[in-house]
Ligand binder design. Structure first.
Ligand code: B4Y
Length: 394
């Protein structure tokens, strides 16, 4: 607690909250709050308190809106995707000329269907993952009508389109499957389960490498790596049996549900259709629930034994599914070294060192510039940065 701390320290702590983009009281959150309040009190001019607030803040919040990054900073080029609550458009930033993908989500649609919480995971994953396997969020902003996410444009398009247009060889399937595995591992290591892994959510960049996009179905795992959820999520064809079961009872499942979907994706790349495809939704659900009997490989399509066995390793019961890491070290403490072999100590043997020299030899010169610290540098805090720069410029 801050009790007893002097005001300077308490002010410093407050500053740290306000400048941290992850904090709920960061500058952007505070500005959002004022603007949201002004929007929401517009209709209440009859009430004195709201009328006073609105007339005081309407001007300043308009100034804030004009100065923050906003919709008018981008020039729309073309719609490139559509989802339940909005579209994705290719846009170009007017000042820099840089192209981006802009996702627009309708606040009205979300409130109408009381479904206005799913986008937080998507925003936080794309904003903070710092992973080459995850589409990056450059800006998020909003107005009275919509949420906007400015993300990397992925000119290679999604893999569902690629599968429709090209025949995928086993070596190509191995490449895309390997990149999906690395991308999924990145999501899991962030503590999320994706729950809707499918080729529609896999996009290719200008170099042909894959990134995951569309994280609206992601959910944080608890400390045991599990999720308790009753809502069925994901697209029927790729959905795992345990999520299907969670529709009737409160399901408890882990990251293995995503590895099931990788099996469906691998099957689809190599066999041209999803393994449990049926004309109706119920038909697909039924085939998935009875996957042991329904998983079949068309005789006429050549498939290597390795590919077949890998698909079967994913499309199997969660208890034996290829999912978890084979060996998790059991450690007694943070200094447990039992997984290293003993190395004999060479203490005592005299080692070669520099002799003190009468002339300037410059032994140390080639090591200048090596020292580094990845941690926050406490002594170079924000305020003294200006003196630091003045020193540089003087
Ligand atoms: C039921 N509840 C709980 C929620 C479950 C999760 C959920 N997700 C939604 N999502 C949407 O409403 C939505 C809107 C636009 C595009 C897209 C995707 C689907 C089509 C393409 N797309 C997408 O995100 N594309 C994308 C993303 C990033 C970069 C690029 C590029 N280039 C393209 C999704 S609505 C909703 C309801």
């Amino acid at each position: 607690t801050t009790i007893g701390k002097d005001l300077t320290q308490r002010t410093r702590q407050l500053e740290d909250y306000i400048v941290d983009p992850r904090s709920f009281i960061c500058v952007d959150s505070l500005l959002d709050s004022l603007i949201a309040l002004t929007y929401d009190s517009e209709g209440l001019k009859k009430t004195k308190n709201f009328d006073t607030f609105f007339s005081k803040f309407n001007g300043p919040t308009r100034d804030i809106r004009e100065r923050r990054i906003n919709f008018d900073d981008f020039e729309p080029i073309k719609i490139i995707g559509r989802g339940a609550f909005g579209t994705v458009d290719l846009v170009r930033r007017k000042t820099s000329g840089q192209v981006y993908a802009m996702k627009t989500l309708s606040k009205f649609e979300m409130l109408k269907r009381s479904d206005s919480a799913f986008f937080w995971e998507e925003r936080n994953i794309m904003a903070f993952s710092n992973s080459d396997w995850i589409v990056k969020l450059h800006y998020a902003f909003q107005d009275a009508k919509n949420l906007y996410m400015i993300m990397d444009y992925m000119p290679g398009g999604d893999l569902i389109t690629l599968l429709e247009r090209y025949e995928i060889s086993e070596s190509s399937a191995r490449f895309y499957c390997a990149e999906v595995v690395l991308a999924l591992d990145a999501i899991h290591n962030l503590g999320y389960i994706h729950r809707d892994i499918k080729p529609d959510n896999m996009l290719l960049d200008a170099r042909g490498h894959l990134k995951l996009a569309d994280f609206g179905t992601c959910v944080k795992m608890d400390k045991d790596g599990l999720v308790r959820s009753d809502t069925a999520v994901g697209t029927p064809d790729y959905i795992s049996p345990e999520i299907l079961k969670s529709q009737s009872t409160i399901g408890v499942y882990g990251r293995e549900v995503d590895w099931w979907s990788v099996g469906v994706f691998l099957y689809e790349m190599l066999l041209g259709e999803t393994p449990f495809y049926a004309e109706s939704l119920v038909g697909t659900y039924h085939k998935i629930m009875n996957h042991r009997e329904n998983l079949a490989f068309p005789e006429e399509i050549p498939l290597s034994t390795e590919a077949r066995s890998l698909i079967c390793a994913f499309l199997t019961d969660r208890s034996i599914r290829l999912a978890s890491v084979p060996i998790v070290p059991s450690l007694a403490s943070d200094e447990d070294t039992t997984n290293f072999n003993e190395i004999e100590n060479t203490d005592g043997s005299p080692e070669e060192t520099f002799s003190v020299s009468k002339t300037f030899v410059g032994n140390q010169l080639s090591f200048i510039g090596f020292s580094f610290s990845n941690e926050q540098q406490p002594f170079l805090d924000r305020r003294s940065m200006s003196t630091f720069n003045n020193l540089n410029n003087s």
